[in-house]
Write a protein of this length. Structure first.
Length: 172
């Protein structure tokens, strides 16, 4: 009696996963530069962390200043979500633009994963220890990688979708 129920549950779970996967593929295939830009979260910007945000890597803030300027967990969560969108923008460029630098795209993939890991670590630490030194350091690392990723994405857009650069700068 239990075995048929488990089999049915397993089949339902697999069907659900395949359905979600198919839905995500359709969503990804129907995206445009405009829809991707619209998904960037404008409610926090890393401009306050760097004098040359979007044009050059590096922060002009200390870890303590960065934590205050990013409004703690709010800025971390925006970086987490925007890193995914920037990753999707890089993938879109690969499929829809000719001559995209594969090394740049791989760097963007790596940046996105590192940002997401640093943000999750910082948020987990924050949940247990509030704004300790470790949280601020992880947040600083995530912000540093985020500004670098944003600068590389600006470079990619300048090379392959120059008409989108003003909208990207405004959205970030």
């Amino acid at each position: 009696m239990i075995l048929p129920l488990l089999e049915l549950a397993a089949i339902a779970a697999v069907a659900f996963c395949l359905g979600r996967w198919r839905m995500n593929v359709r969503r990804r295939n129907s995206q445009t530069w405009e829809t991707l830009l619209a998904r960037l979260r404008p409610d926090w910007s890393a401009r306050e962390l760097s004098d040359h945000f979007l044009w050059k890597e590096g922060l002009s803030a200390t870890p303590d200043d960065a934590w205050k300027r990013m409004e703690g967990p709010k800025g971390l969560w925006v970086m987490y979500q925007n890193a995914q969108v920037l990753l999707e923008m890089a993938n879109y460029a690969v499929t829809h633009c000719e001559g995209v630098d594969r090394l740049l795209v791989e760097t963007l993939h790596s940046d996105a994963m590192q940002i997401r890991v640093c943000v999750l670590m910082a948020l987990a630490q924050y949940a247990f220890t509030q704004a300790s030194e470790g949280v601020r350091i992880n947040a600083f690392r995530a912000a540093s990688m985020y500004t670098g990723m944003a600068a590389r994405m600006t470079q990619l857009l300048q090379d392959h979708a120059a008409m989108m650069v003003p909208d990207f700068v405004a959205a970030m």
